[in-house]
Design a protein around this ligand. Structure first.
Ligand code: NAD
Length: 482
């Protein structure tokens, strides 16, 4: 099979990297190299930043109406290429096709949503004490923005950044993850076709060195980053050296809390979707399942039964429920954690043993089966460290205050689920949980309109919704002597 080769997209042109160096993109379902991606050099990165910087001079004056038209063109092209993009992403990172199709649809929706805002970036007129003065504000774009993304949902994560950045008049340099760059480069082809002027969007590919080079550039006005918490700290440090803004979407270890008065059928589905969706490789994974003691045994039994029927398989087949994890690194790291990081009283109540027949058929893929550990002490490493895989820690709790305390006992604060039929309790608990997103009687539901972003070590800044516009604009105040 011919191997696809991807170059860099800089200033509206496709070009080879200066050093003509490539790295492999490996399909995690069969460990086969399927694409070659350019390793950008330092000069390539600087060329991309220069192109974005030059393009900003004219792009910032393009009318909101025109920017909206281009974003809508892009949405339409994504819709026309939905299957192709979804297949490529599933090939690249192993996510099942049902999910990648949903994510491509979401991407198109997100571009349309922010297209709607492009001609509505309003300022204010401000009444003053002195009537001889007239005061107003404008919201202006920042300039060149670096968008750095992770491998787990490349297109949908990028969309959360790119759509508001372009709608508000910024230019960008994108650096996708070295583990899944292909769909971002395919998207760049659609951006080109949509008619965006050269230099408004640029894509450089490569590993952490490329990201590091990009974030240290003095011409960047902001870094919007999605990835691990430790990398986020480096990004924030670099950003502080150049005094540039940053948005950090980092890791999580989210609690999914099941109260005794929950609709247990719905809660079971929510618990499953929370951890086994995307093979657990989502920042919002409900990886700590807190179950009230009075229903603990019964709920755990039903959960094991339901999870034991999950169909592992080829991510490109529509009936596959869980694909492989995305990289060899993840595969090894998760196995190591499952073996080493929990106390003797904790048992693997579902895992390799149950899925061994299915796994035998799938040899050659980076498959980690649905794994349930119970009962887990909330303070143990396995309950505190982000695993980023289909590994669920089941943690019993006594009552409402114990549930809240355990839910908050984590360095992270990205998301939380609350399952109860008692509406007062649901709001009380939502009020107390330290997380940027709270789901009540649902889990992993998202919307273009709903702001998203973490508390505590899960980062800062918001994506999606009106809040995202403020992340990519700065307020200018103008005082006029009448
Ligand atoms: P990662 O931090 O290893 O890499 C993310 C990106 O940063 C990649 O493009 C990488 O090349 C780049 N990078 C690495 N070192 C860099 C440096 N020193 N300077 C600049 N760029 C650098 O993360 P990952 O393994 O790709 O993704 C998994 C992590 O992402 C998990 O922790 C997950 O929770 C988090 N994540 C968060 C969200 C969210 O919205 N909060 C969404 C998805 C994933």
């Amino acid at each position: 099979m011919a191997i696809d080769k991807y170059n860099l997209y800089i200033n509206g042109r496709w070009r080879e990297g200066e050093e003509r160096e490539y790295f492999s993109s490996v399909n995690p379902f069969n460990q086969k190299e399927w694409a070659k991606i350019t390793q950008a050099s330092s000069k390539d990165v600087h060329d991309a930043v220069d192109a974005a910087s030059k393009a900003f001079d004219s792009w910032k004056n393009v009318s909101g109406k025109e920017r909206a038209q281009l974003l809508n063109n892009l949405a339409e092209l994504i819709e026309r290429n939905l299957n192709k993009l979804a297949i490529l992403e599933s090939t690249d990172n192993g996510k099942v096709i049902r999910e990648t199709l949903t994510q491509m649809n979401f991407a198109a929706r997100n571009y349309r949503f922010f297209a709607g805002y492009a001609d509505k970036i309003y300022g204010k007129t401000i009444p003053l004490d002195n009537n001889d003065l007239f005061n107003y504000t404008k919201r202006e774009p920042l300039g060149v923005v670096a968008l750095i993304t992770s491998w787990n949902s490349p297109i949908s994560i990028l969309t959360n950044k790119l759509a508001p950045a372009l709608a508000t008049g910024n230019t960008v340099v994108i650096k996708p993850s070295e583990h899944a760059s292909a769909t971002t480069l395919e998207l760049a082809k659609l951006i080109d076709e949509a008619g965006f002027p050269p230099g408004v969007v640029n894509v450089v590919t490569g590993d952490y060195k490329t990201g590091n080079e990009l974030t240290q550039s003095a011409k960047i006005q902001k870094v919007s980053f999605t990835g691990g918490t430790e990398t986020g700290k480096i990004i924030a440090k670099n950003a502080s050296t150049n005094l540039v803004k940053n948005t950090l979407e980092l890791g999580g270890k989210s609690p999914n809390i099941i109260f005794e008065d929950a609709n247990l059928n719905a809660a079971l589905s929510g618990a499953m979707a929370g951890i086994f969706g995307a093979s657990g490789q989502t920042c919002i994974a409900g990886s700590r399942l807190l179950v009230q003691e009075s229903i603990y045994d019964n709920f755990l039994e039903r959960l094991i039964e339901k999870a034991s029927h999950i169909k592992l398989g080829n991510p490109l087949e529509m009936d596959t429920e869980m694909g492989p994890v995305a990289t060899e690194n993840q595969f090894k790291m998760i196995q190591k954690i499952i073996k080493e990081s929990f106390k003797p009283e904790t048992k693997v109540v579902l895992g390799y043993e149950h899925f061994k027949d299915q796994l035998q058929q799938l040899e050659g893929g980076y498959f980690i089966p649905p794994t349930i550990l119970a009962p887990v002490d909330n303070e143990s490493i396995i309950a505190q460290k982000e695993i980023f895989g289909p590994v669920l820690c089941v943690i019993p709790f006594k009552d409402e205050s114990d549930g809240i305390r355990k839910a908050n006992e984590t360095q992270f604060g990205l998301a939380a689920g609350i399952w109860t039929e008692n509406i007062k309790k649901a709001h009380r608990v939502a009020n107390e949980i330290q997380a940027g997103t709270i789901w009540i009687n649902t889990y992993r539901s998202t919307a273009a309109q709903a702001p998203f972003g973490g508390f505590k070590s899960s980062g800062y800044g918001k994506e999606r919704g009106e809040e995202a516009l403020y992340e990519y604009t700065q307020v200018k105040n103008i005082m006029v002597n009448l």
